[in-house]
Design a binder for this molecule. Structure first.
Ligand SMILES: *[C@@H]1O[C@H](CO)[C@@H](O)[C@H](O)[C@H]1NC(C)=O
Ligand SMILES: *[C@@H]1O[C@H](CO)[C@@H](O)[C@H](O)[C@H]1NC(C)=O
Ligand SMILES: *[C@@H]1O[C@H](CO)[C@@H](O)[C@H](O)[C@H]1NC(C)=O
Ligand SMILES: *[C@@H]1O[C@H](CO)[C@@H](O)[C@H](O)[C@H]1NC(C)=O
Ligand SMILES: *[C@@H]1O[C@H](CO)[C@@H](O)[C@H](O)[C@H]1NC(C)=O
Ligand SMILES: *[C@@H]1O[C@H](CO)[C@@H](O)[C@H](O)[C@H]1NC(C)=O
Ligand SMILES: *[C@@H]1O[C@H](CO)[C@@H](O)[C@H](O)[C@H]1NC(C)=O
Ligand SMILES: *[C@@H]1O[C@H](CO)[C@@H](O)[C@H](O)[C@H]1NC(C)=O
Length: 463
């Protein structure tokens, strides 16, 4: 098929020779159940944890292999798209006020900024984010329909309002899909357990308990790595913007805020229409921004932080318990009052759904060793991690992110196999001798999780 200019326009992929993205008319909605967010992917898939979920390209086909049936499916999900956090929404508003106070002339692609009114809220899901979670519930039902027709997932959520609401919307999407399936029984899920995020709470879906991780010197590593990278990529942008917006005199931090306003205004639109803030920056600048966000996750909660992966140990040990149908063995952040009780931590289910945050999911992925073949990210040059080995914040923990951990019963295999799929990308389990489809036997997979089974480095938490 010949791609005409009009065809490319429809895909939203026109960029001018200067590298700026030419805004293209948005279709009805940028989001879909199967493929997630697909408007202007050459920029929107580089917004780090502020990218809306999109189906990530996978080298290994992610479909359930024809000779296998799924016997178990755990989803670990981030909440849907939200407004900025309360602290950030204040800063963004101040930055806009500063621009309005000091700049008189808004022309060209800045014209919108003259009358832009800051109206974003704080902390809660946006309507777009709510729809993302319904879509996720529907997609999960469709993928696992053979099990989901007969079974209901056991659902847990971390306690923050947007996470609980995300779990509820996911349940709605699952329920709608099941209601429409004439082969399904009439049993539907609900949110079974909400785990408090209050100080001192043992919560495997929200970090907070490991004192030296939260307050020790290692809590600055991510900031330091990001600061170094800011000094590399922001000055040229800062010079251009301050030259274009005479009087603005924005700091490098305020330049990042201006970039943040692209994803946040985009997900504030019910259809996910690309915000005009996005066209103030080039495609390359968005890749640099995506890397800036990846540094935050890698050095904050991944293997770039000595105690990062340890924060994901509790959930990993709960996962082992579910996969093997044995009691949870863990002395880190699990709550044994909950986990030793079959009403709040059943072991006989085939389907499980847990709702959490980007930081916690990052720690869990690293506790599982999913990105153990990712070398440490440099902080002075961009690493094309997103292309080479699949680690980036946008690939792993976008708004509405979801990891699937599956057990497969396959012809020719006596033992069940385990596979892990992060946002539709199969993550080959190299740490336990992945086969050509990325899988390991259950015993090899559990065997490989010695880091989690031995409590990670939890002993250093109170050092
Ligand atoms: C932004 O700041 C202005 C001035 O302080 C305030 O009146 C307005 O309510 C703020 N808007 C939002 C959405 O926070
Ligand atoms: C464990 O869970 C129980 C039941 O929800 C709760 O009452 C208790 O406070 C929790 N303990 C900790 C340390 O989180
Ligand atoms: C960031 O780069 C500087 C300069 O190369 C280096 O000294 C520092 O250790 C790096 N930090 C991290 C977290 O990689
Ligand atoms: C306004 O800005 C544009 C481009 O930044 C410039 O060409 C124009 O001369 C400016 N107008 C005034 C009145 O300063
Ligand atoms: C620009 O802002 C800096 C502080 O970030 C300040 O020191 C400087 O005086 C300002 N320049 C102008 C022209 O306002
Ligand atoms: C957890 O603590 C108990 C009691 O101190 C101990 O017997 C057990 O070996 C520990 N388990 C792990 C996995 O650290
Ligand atoms: C909470 O976690 C701590 C370890 O950090 C553990 O000593 C305590 O027993 C746990 N509490 C419950 C209720 O499981
Ligand atoms: C991943 O690497 C860490 C650090 O080298 C190691 O402790 C852990 O066991 C590895 N995880 C797996 C699943 O191999």
């Amino acid at each position: 098929m010949a791609l005409t200019a009009a065809g490319l326009l429809a895909l939203g992929v026109i960029s001018s020779s200067s590298g700026f993205i030419i805004p293209v008319p948005s279709p009805q909605t940028c989001d879909s159940v199967q493929n997630g967010y697909q408007c202007q992917p050459q920029i929107s898939h580089y917004w780090g944890q502020y990218s809306p979920y999109f189906s990530v390209p996978s080298e290994i086909i992610a479909n359930v292999p024809l000779t296998c049936s799924v016997t178990f499916a755990q989803i670990l999900s981030r909440h849907g798209a939200r407004d900025p956090t309360a602290a950030k929404t204040l800063k963004y508003n101040q930055t806009i006020a500063k621009i309005h106070k000091n700049v008189a002339n808004f022309t060209g692609k800045y014209a919108f900024l003259g009358d832009y009114e800051y109206t974003l809220g704080a902390d809660q899901l946006t309507d777009f984010g709510r729809q993302q979670m319904e879509n996720s519930g529907t997609k999960y039902y469709q993928r696992y329909a053979d099990l989901a027709r007969k079974a209901v997932p056991f659902v847990r959520s971390s306690g923050e309002a947007r996470v609980v609401e995300s779990a509820e919307k996911w349940v709605d999407g699952f329920t709608q899909a099941k209601t429409g399936d004439r082969w399904a029984n009439n049993q539907y899920p609900s949110v079974n357990v909400v785990i408090s995020e209050a100080a001192g709470s043992n919560n495997t879906l929200n970090h907070d308990l490991c004192t030296s991780f939260e307050d020790g010197p290692d809590s600055n590593i991510a900031d330091a790595a990001q600061k170094t990278w800011v000094n590399v990529f922001v000055p040229a942008i800062q010079k251009r913007i301050n030259g274009d917006l005479v009087g603005a005199n924005l700091t490098s931090t305020e330049i990042i805020y201006l970039m943040d306003l692209c994803p946040f205004n985009t997900v504030a639109s019910a259809t996910g229409a690309i915000s005009p803030f996005c066209s103030l920056f080039t495609q390359t600048e968005w890749q640099d921004y995506g890397y800036y966000e990846s540094l935050n996750k890698f050095y904050g909660y991944g293997s770039g932080n000595p105690l990062g992966p340890t924060q994901g140990v509790g959930f990993t040990n709960e996962l082992i318990a579910r996969l093997t149908k044995k009691l949870v063995v863990d002395n880190t952040s699990t709550n044994h009052t909950l986990d030793d009780n079959a009403a709040t931590f059943p072991l006989d289910r085939a389907l499980y759904a847990d709702f959490s945050h980007d930081n916690d999911m990052t720690a869990i992925f690293f506790a599982m060793g999913l990105y153990n073949s990712t070398s440490a990210l440099p902080n002075t040059t961009i690493e094309t991690a997103q292309q080479t080995n699949g680690y980036s914040a946008a690939y792993t923990v976008p708004f509405g992110a979801r990891a699937y951990i599956e057990k497969l019963q396959c012809l020719g295999h006596r033992e069940e196999l385990v596979r892990v799929i992060v946002n539709d990308r199969v993550i080959p389990l190299h740490t336990c001798g992945a086969d050509i489809l990325g899988r390991c036997t259950l015993s090899d997979f559990v065997g490989s999780l010695s880091f989690a089974r031995s409590g990670g480095d939890w002993a250093s938490c109170s050092a």
